[in-house]
Design a protein around this ligand. Structure first.
Ligand code: ATP
Length: 991
């Protein structure tokens, strides 16, 4: 069974029509005239087996292998060739008994299609399938006339290829090449990966530190968050509760204050009424006392008149009465009159005393009223002062609130080390300069002085992180103070209206802060008025700014800012300390004054109390005397009646009219006296009651004022506390929203778990805040970056290790392949060398031939030299051989190879053309010795060869340009296609 069973071609070169050549025998001859397409068969077979070089297929470009058209035949667009092989002996490494290999190409397309058993495959698959058979392009299996001499002409290294095919190392070589390519790629990859790995590992180290820091930061931040929010929630809730209580208290105290005011006003009205009443009573008492005094005087006169008349009567009537009886009566009456007179004297004294006491009491009450008035005024003033104190305190608070940044920094002074205070709080400015300094300083009043620039930077960072506004800082260690030059100072000093450089007008509470004040005010001149300022500014070429006492400003450079301005906020800011201190001092003085007054009032009250008890005592005595006098006068009246009875007739007779008149007057006046006394008593009682009532009312008013004072104090304190608490709550809300994006209610829901140790938690929060600050810049992304980089690092490191292992494996594989190749190659060359002399001798009819390594130490790459000595010749160089000899050498080597490693198919394309008939015959015969194992397709013109073929195919071109093939008889072939009979006959004749 023939190995190559069939060739089918269509459109390949001159095979325009479908061509199908069946091969049934092992030695096939192809004969035909020149250019009829014989060699195209060779080309077609090599093309199918994977030939890629268009040149070696005798074309210029790919399309050259597609039928180009001929006379009367249009070009084709596609070339296709199929080789059908018998594989029953498993020459191909395939389970199929028949192998069909097809190659197809289209015009204008560089893409070739390959099929094995009609399945589309890659070129590589075809090459792999063919490689094991020894039919690949580099082997000696397909030799054309053109390249037969090439074997001899080739360099030893090029020649080596032929033997590699024979040695079966081509596949290893190919594999090695692949391995080497792989090795190169792997090496490149390894280098690339190594570079990346070392770059990542360089990068990963600081990233790991950053990630560690970020993790630490997150841990601190989360802990801080937990504790801080819990504390904020707690503080906020307490503050809210306190606020509720406070607001309740404020409402209650407001109500109390209103009711106190009402009570005070009612009492004051009543007091006014009582005072008027008291004045009226005084008036009535005075007039009554006057009347009483008149009556008393009249009574005395009447008494004396009566006495004189009685004496006269006594003298005339003694004879009718016993003298002794009358004398006795007279004595009794006289005693009674004496006693009455004595008692009256005492009564008059008592009345005087009472009068004195009354007027003293009045005086004391007046003085006390004055004191109470002063006390009330004092209370009023104190209330006003305290209210203004609260106003200023609130105002200060508001001013601070206006600048959130400044306020935040000041509120957190404890945790922000090095923050001193705002400028406004560090200086004292005499009131005269308030306007000017406040204009010059303007917003700078709120500048915050810090000890160092680092402290300022910390505060700035704090504000930024808390999103709590902005503030300007004056670090004492870095601010550059630029004072006026000494010359300028001397020049301006003597100018009219020059007051001073502004920094010298401001008193710095702490000398350490002088730098900040010099910085802000060291280049400002304070002048009396604008006219002076303009002169001074011109004089110094407007180098420094000038400010007038009323705040008109000539800026450095000459611009004038001026006009009228209400007391602005800045001025308030400047004033606030001054006012607060002043008011505080005034309140202190007023409080002292109030205490003094209270002491005085108490003194007066004691005195009033003692006088009131004296009055009560005197009134008691006067009343008692009154009753006694009335009793004595009644008794005297009785005795007078007895006396009249004894002496009366005469008296009555002699003095009747006159005495009666006196008695009548006396009686009437006595009656007046009693009435007056009773009225006076009543009025005094009323006055006394009125005074007592006034006293009670005044006492109550005093108590009300005291209560009002206390309530006002409490209210002021509560209101202040309310503002502070509201502020605190606002700060808490703000911190929660800005830092933790939580509303207070939400925070309460989430963080209401009570803390085990609150104090510890508070100090922990402070510590954690400091810790966060100490951490400085933290790259949160570092965690993810590190994880990504580390993951990449590990992945690439793994890849690196895999590549390194692969590299090692490849190297090992290559080593092994090298070893196998060396062994197999050497073995094959040795085997060929064993048979080559014989095949050479057979083809040449003698001589010798040997293969030799040109690099025996490097069998892997050594080239193969051929030492050929045709019979009788000593040849050092193959090039010296004739063309025929070169062909014979090549054929000898081919046959030697066929002996060592039989090839299933060999195509010989006019290789024997140059041989002389004797050599040709030896060749032809020798071919047959291999026909059992190798199929030969021989393109020939030589009859000797034709004769040795089992079958002959003739190629013709019946249609000009299109190859046709038919089997042909030997005799016909010889007649028709023996190419160069003349040459043949010439060669034959030479032999
Ligand atoms: P010789 O005996 O002289 O060696 P040959 O029989 O081997 O000749 P080939 O070399 O096989 O002839 O064929 C050459 C012929 O093939 C030429 O006539 C050439 O025109 C034709 N041919 C080659 N390529 C194409 C093509 N693409 N289209 C048409 N014809 C082509």
């Amino acid at each position: 069974m023939a190995f190559l069973k069939r060739i089918e071609a269509h459109g390949f070169k001159s095979f325009a029509d479908d061509l199908k050549i069946e091969f049934n025998t092992n030695i096939v001859g192809i004969v035909g005239p020149n250019g009829s397409g014989k060699s195209n068969i060779n080309d077609a077979i090599r093309w199918v087996l994977g030939e890629q070089s268009v040149k070696s297929l005798r074309g210029e470009k790919v399309d050259d292998i597609i039928f180009n058209g001929a006379q009367g035949k249009a070009p084709l667009n596609m070339a296709q060739v199929t080789l059908v092989f018998d594989n029953s002996t498993k020459i191909f490494n395939s389970p199929f008994n028949e192998i069909q290999i097809t190659r197809k190409v289209y015009r204008n397309s560089s893409e070739n299609e390959y099929y094995i058993n009609k399945s589309r495959v890659r070129l590589k698959d075809v090459q792999n399938l063919v490689m094991d058979t020894g039919l690949s392009k580099g082997s000696l299996a397909i030799i054309s006339q053109g390249n037969v001499s090439k074997f001899a002409d080739s360099k030893p290294e090029e020649r080596r290829q032929l033997f590699e095919e024979a040695a079966g190392v081509a596949k290893y070589k190919k594999r090695k090449e692949e391995s080497l390519r792989k090795l190169e790629r792997t090496n490149e990859n390894l280098t690339r990966v190594s570079d990346i790995v070392s770059e990542i590992s360089r990068k990963i180290e600081p990233l790991a530190k950053q990630a560690e820091k970020a993790k630490n930061y997150i841990q601190i931040r989360d802990t801080l968050k937990k504790y801080e929010i819990t504390l904020l929630v707690k503080d906020g809730a307490i503050a809210q509760e306190e606020l509720a209580i406070l607001s309740n208290n404020i409402t209650k105290n407001d109500e109390i204050k209103t009711s106190l005011k009402l009570k005070i006003s009612n009492h004051e009205q009543k007091l006014k009424f009582l005072k008027n009443k008291s004045y009226d009573l005084d008036k009535n008492i005075n007039s009554l006392e006057m009347n009483l005094s008149n009556v008393n005087t009249l009574l005395n006169i009447l008494d004396q008149q009566k006495k004189a008349l009685e004496l006269k009567a006594k003298e005339t009537n003694t004879k009718d009465q016993s003298l002794s009886e009358i004398a006795k009566l007279e004595q009794d009456i006289q005693e009674l009159l004496n006693e009455i007179s004595h008692k009256k004297t005492i009564q008059t004294q008592e009345t005087d005393t009472l009068k004195q006491l009354d007027s003293k009491l009045e005086e004391l009450n007046l003085q006390k009223s004055d004191l109470i008035l002063s006390q009330n005024n004092l209370h009023h003033t104190l209330g006003k002062k305290k209210a203004s104190l609260d106003f200023f305190a609130l105002n200060q608070e508001k001013q601070m609130q206006k600048n959130l940044g400044v306020q935040t920094v000041l509120n957190n002074r404890q945790s922000l080390y090095g923050v001193v205070d705002v400028i406004a709080n560090l200086i004292e400015v005499p009131e005269l300069y308030h306007q000017s300094i406040s204009v010059v300083l303007g917003r700078n009043l709120n500048n915050i002085v810090t000890k160092t620039d680092k402290d300022a930077a910390k505060a700035v960072k704090f504000l930024k992180e808390n999103r709590a506004g902005i503030a300007t800082f004056l670090p004492l260690n870095t601010i550059q103070v630029r004072r006026a030059s000494q010359e300028d100072a001397i020049v301006v000093n003597s100018q009219t209206g020059f007051i001073a450089f502004a920094n010298n007008l401001v008193k710095v509470k702490d000398a350490n802060n002088q730098t900040a004040v010099d910085f802000l005010l060291g280049r400002t001149i304070v002048c009396e008025n604008l006219a002076n300022a303009q002169v001074i500014s011109k004089l110094i070429a407007a180098k420094y700014q000038c400010i007038t006492l009323d705040g008109q400003l000539i800026k450095a450079g000459g611009a004038i800012v001026g006009g009228f301005q209400n007391q602005n906020n800045n001025s308030n800011l400047l004033k606030k300390d001054y006012n607060l201190e002043e008011i505080n001092a005034e309140i202190k003085l007023l409080d002292e004054e109030l205490i003094n007054l209270n002491v005085q009032i108490d003194g007066f009250q004691n005195e009033i109390n003692s006088i009131q008890s004296q009055i009560a005592k005197a009134e008691l005595t006067a009343n008692k005397l009154n009753y006694e006098i009335v009793d004595l006068e009644n008794e005297s009246q009785l005795l007078s009646t007895q006396y009249q009875n004894l002496t009366g007739k005469k008296i009555i007779l002699e003095n009747n009219e006159e005495l009666n008149d006196i008695f009548a007057q006396y009686k009437a006046n006595k009656h007046h006296q009693e009435t007056f006394n009773l009225q006076l008593q009543q009025l005094r009682k009323e006055k006394h009651e009125s005074l007592n009532e006034m006293q009670t009312l005044e006492n109550e008013v005093y108590v009300f004022h005291q209560e009002d004072y206390t309530v006002t104090n409490t209210l002021n304190n509560d209101r202040l506390q309310q503002v502070q608490l509201e502020n605190k709550v606002e700060q808490i809300f703000k911190r929660l929203v800005e830092t933790y994006h939580l509303t207070f209610d939400r925070a309460k829901e989430l963080y209401s778990k009570p803390l085990e140790n609150e104090e510890e938690a508070r100090s922990l929060v402070l510590k954690l805040r400091n810790d966060l600050e100490d951490l400085g810049f933290v790259n949160i992304n570092a965690i993810e970056e590190f994880e990504n980089e580390n993951e990449r690092y590990l992945r690439l490191k793994n890849k690196h290790d895999e590549l390194a292992a692969a590299l090692k494996e490849l190297l090992q594989g290559i080593d092994e392949m090298d070893k196998i190749m060396v062994e197999q190659f050497d073995e094959t060359i040795k085997q060929i060398n064993q048979v080559l002399p014989e095949t050479f001798r057979i083809l040449f009819g003698g001589g010798n031939c040997q293969l030799r390594y040109n690099q025996p130490d490097n069998i892997l790459e050594t080239g193969i030299e051929v030492l050929a000595n045709p019979p009788g010749k000593k040849i050092s160089n193959l090039n010296l051989l004739s063309g025929g000899e070169k062909s014979l050498v090549a054929l000898a080597v081919l046959f030697a190879i066929l002996k060592v490693k039989p090839l299933p198919l060999t195509i010989l394309d006019e290789v024997e053309a140059p041989l002389d008939p004797a050599n040709l015959e030896r060749f032809a015969r020798y071919v047959r010795t291999f026909s059992q194992t190798t199929q030969f397709i021989i393109v020939t013109h030589r009859p000797g060869t034709m004769e040795n073929c089992d079958v002959l195919y003739g190629t013709t071109m019946e249609n000009q340009g299109v190859t046709k093939m038919v089997t042909i008889k030997l005799s016909d072939a010889k007649n028709k296609f023996v190419a160069d009979n003349s040459t043949q006959s010439l060669t034959a004749s030479l032999n």
